[in-house]
Ligand binder design. Structure first.
Ligand code: HEM
Length: 513
């Protein structure tokens, strides 16, 4: 393993010394500290391209450079596949669905699913997002009036957002599946131990029968196995119901109908097997819920830290609601968001500052040359403008590192400031990387987030509904929130990570003048 690992070398690129051990390199700091804390520290010291040590002498590249990321994600198509061990984690979390698939399998799966995620489809879900947000608000109002005299209470926000819309008919409060998913990531993938880091990084070298044996026995993966069982059960019931509706001629272009139709397809290139179909449902459930819910959590935290942002946001939302009522309407549509620039700016800034996934993992599928936005000084002091990389090199794309890159977002990139989105452009031509607002939060290219429009509209709906009805304030505990890395970035309280995701904020009903 050592010989194989050290054959793929980029030792001319600068990076931190592997302070943990030869066995684990820099991976403990990369994976165990607060999400992206190591990335930002190394970015400051070495620039936007950093060599980090993996297990047993392995070299990896941490990338925050715009042109290099654009090349990997967009220009190279499928030539930079996902890192093998991360695909294995995706398989364990959600089966052989879209986040696991690669190459031709991915192309086929994505082509089948894409029509379910267009702008029109996402827009049609807006009333469902508002209704879910409203339901949550009503619940909070009841809790506040039942529990406190001063009209406020400390809420442990852990799961908001419209969990049930993805497949319809699930009640968020009682559903076994919703509960299983809520804690899956923090329990199974949160703060990996040194043993887990080593095991996951060396999995690829084990024969598959032995790997599967360990995975079946692993206590750490018990929760993932249980979620798989519940998830497949729920998915099967929903699929049967959908198949019957389709037989009755009630089909449409929602994602469930597309999956069921592809399962029945005679054509190999548009067919999805039953295990694949179940995996897609579990994938959407997981990829869609944890990411959006945590982005909302981080947004609320930031606007509590800077109350003037919260006040400005609420003023815009109330004005927009008044306008809506004056025009005899009761419900926002997506086109109304265009007249709410500050709300959109807050959403954009939250997505930039707190990407729900802070890392994405790739491998060079061939010897390649990465173009660089910023010239890089290497170990012998020379400065290079492109970097030659060997086939098999593992790469960590630092989504947070890119999103806070000063070359891209300006000198104040490390400050949460929605106003940056309201400034007029300086006309400088930029390297465009992400699918939305040029942030890398939804990744880019052929493997970009398929549900980004859903996330965007869902975030708008929840933010509008919650800020319109409630005021949020920091509690002393919230000062100790850490950015806990567990496949996604979730808020936990320092030293109490084992209690799971929580964000204690003081919430009171907002009184309209
Ligand atoms: C704020 C919310 C969200 C964020 C930050 C986010 C972020 C991402 C990122 C970074 C990726 C690429 C991962 C990689 O390359 O390893 C991704 C992929 C994906 N996302 Fe999202 N996502 C969000 C919401 C959603 C929603 C709402 C859905 C579904 C309804 C969804 C479904 C997926 C799927 C299926 C993939 C795999 C796409 C592929 O590989 O072709 N995501 N997401």
């Amino acid at each position: 393993v050592y010989r194989r690992n050290t054959k793929i070398s980029i030792d001319h690129v600068r990076g931190p010394v592997a302070d943990a051990s030869f066995l684990l390199g820099n991976l403990p700091e990369l994976y165990q500290s607060d999400a992206a804390a190591a990335d930002l520290k190394w970015q400051k010291a070495y620039g936007d391209i950093v060599r980090v040590k993996g297990v047993l002498g392995e070299d990896r590249l941490l990338i925050m450079d715009a042109k290099a990321l654009q090349y990997i994600y967009q220009t190279s198509g499928y030539h930079w596949p996902k890192m093998w061990e991360r695909r294995e984690l995706s398989r364990l979390a959600a089966g052989q669905g879209l986040t696991w698939a690669d190459g031709d399998v991915h192309k086929r799966q994505r082509k089948i699913m894409l029509p379910g995620f267009g702008t029109r489809e996402a827009r049609s879900f807006l009333p469902i997002f508002f209704s879910a947000a409203n339901k949550l608000g009503e619940k909070w109002k009841d809790m506040i009036s039942a529990s406190s005299a001063d009209g406020s209470m400390v809420m442990l926000l852990e799961k908001a957002t419209a969990f049930d819309y993805r497949f319809g008919g699930l009640d968020d409060d009682k559903n076994e599946l919703a509960n299983a998913y809520t804690t899956l990531l923090s329990e199974t993938f949160g703060s990996p131990s040194l043993t887990s880091i080593f095991t996951i990084s060396t999995w690829a070298h084990l024969p598959s029968w032995l790997r599967h044996f360990f995975q079946r026995k692993s206590a750490k993966l018990r929760h993932a196995r249980e979620t798989e069982r519940i998830g497949n059960g729920v998915a099967k019931t929903l699929i049967d119901a959908k198949a019957n509706a389709l037989l009755d001629g009630k089909g449409n272009k929602d994602i469930m109908s597309l999956l069921v139709q592809s399962n029945n397809s005679e054509n190999e290139s548009t067919r999805m097997s039953t295990p694949e179909m179940l995996a897609q449902m579990r994938t959407i459930m997981l990829a869609g819920h944890e990411t959006t819910a945590n982005t909302l959590n981080w947004t609320l935290l930031e606007i509590c830290k800077q109350p003037h942002i919260q006040r400005k946001l609420r003023a815009e939302i109330w004005a927009a609601e008044n306008e809506l009522r004056t025009n005899g309407r009761t419900q926002f549509e997506v086109s109304d968001f265009e007249n709410m620039p500050y709300t959109t700016a807050v959403v954009k800034e939250a997505l930039r500052f707190h990407p729900a996934l802070h890392h994405a993992f790739r491998t060079a599928g061939r010897d390649d040359v990465l173009p660089l936005s910023t010239p890089l000084r290497v170990i012998d002091g020379t400065v290079i403008t492109e970097l030659t990389v060997p086939k098999g090199l593992k790469v960590v794309a630092s989504i947070t590192g890119y999103n806070r890159n000063k070359q891209v977002f300006g000198e104040d990139a490390d400050v949460f400031n929605p106003d940056r989105w309201l400034r007029t452009s300086d006309g400088k031509k930029q390297t465009v990387v992400g699918v939305y607002a040029n942030v890398l939060t939804f990744a880019a290219g052929v493997r970009s987030c398929i549900g980004w429009r859903f996330a965007l509209y869902e975030l708008h709906a929840f933010l509008i509904e919650l800020i319109s009805n409630f005021e949020f304030e920091l509690t002393p505990e919230a000062e100790h929130v850490r950015r806990h890395p567990c496949l996604v970035v979730a808020p936990t309280i320092e030293g109490r990570e084992n209690e799971g995701v929580q964000l204690p904020l003081k919430v009171r009903i907002a009184i309209r003048e």
